[in-house]
Design a protein around this ligand. Structure first.
Ligand code: PRP
Ligand code: MG
Length: 212
């Protein structure tokens, strides 16, 4: 029997709540700490535990049919992958931040500045729309440390509680976009998988309605 292939984050901030959502949909799966692939017991679905940044490409290539992923990651990859449902958790912002002691006037502050980020496309597009040119440095994690070690003048990263910024003596000055977990669909999904996805989405919507 055909199974819907869904990608969820292997570890990180979306993992637990993604599993929890599926559980509340009445779907039981293994938690994936050891396995990279698990089969749901009572729903025609296979779960792939993947790295966040890899998921958009898997969707694009049709290696998975759908995924629970941060909208910000989809936007950064610029693949034009549709999402079919916002999921209401893992809410965050992608923001520009600078050292607390710096005085900030407007977006022109960033002209010719060095910005460390894991979201280069998002930052570049945003600054371009404001006619600002900066020097971007790609870092894959612990971005907030960059200004403190002289690697950059500013950063652009995810802000949720704001505590990482605070601990690193940075202040948020521009919110580029707001994001949350979404259910995204492969542009390459076939008709049978699409039907199963519709059933899953129906359950998800009921769960979300019950939460509000
Ligand atoms: C994420 C993100 C920020 C932080 C934001 O990092 O990159 O640094 O969380 O959350 P906060 O505003 O609640 O502090 P994560 O801890 O996932 O680690 P990484 O950057 O090394 O991947
Ligand atoms: Mg971080």
């Amino acid at each position: 029997m055909k199974k819907l292939r869904i990608a969820i984050q292997k570890s990180g901030r979306l993992h637990e709540e993604s599993i929890q959502l599926l559980k509340e949909c009445g779907i039981s799966i293994d938690n994936g700490k050891d396995q990279l692939k698990a089969t749901a017991k009572n729903f025609p679905m296979e779960v792939y535990y993947l790295r966040n940044g890899d998921i958009p490409k898997y969707l694009l290539d049709g290696v998975v049919d759908c995924a629970i992923i941060g909208e910000n990651v989809l936007i950064e990859k610029e693949y034009d992958i549709p999402f079919i449902q916002k999921l209401g958790f893992s809410k965050c912002r992608v923001s520009l931040a600078i050292p607390k002691g710096e005085s900030y006037t407007d977006i022109n502050f960033f002209n010719t500045k060095r910005i460390a980020t894991s979201y280069p496309n998002t930052v570049r597009n945003y600054l371009k729309s404001k006619n600002v040119t900066a020097d971007l440095h790609l870092i894959n994690g612990s971005v907030e440390i960059a200004p403190n070690i002289g690697l950059s003048d500013a950063i652009c990263d995810i802000v949720s509680s704001g505590s990482t910024l605070f601990k690193n003596n940075l202040k948020e000055v521009v919110t580029i976009l707001k994001s949350e977990a979404v259910l995204a669909k492969s542009p390459d999904i076939d008709a049978i998988s699409s039907d199963i996805l519709e059933k899953l989405n129906f359950r998800i919507q009921s769960v979300l309605m019950g939460r509000t």
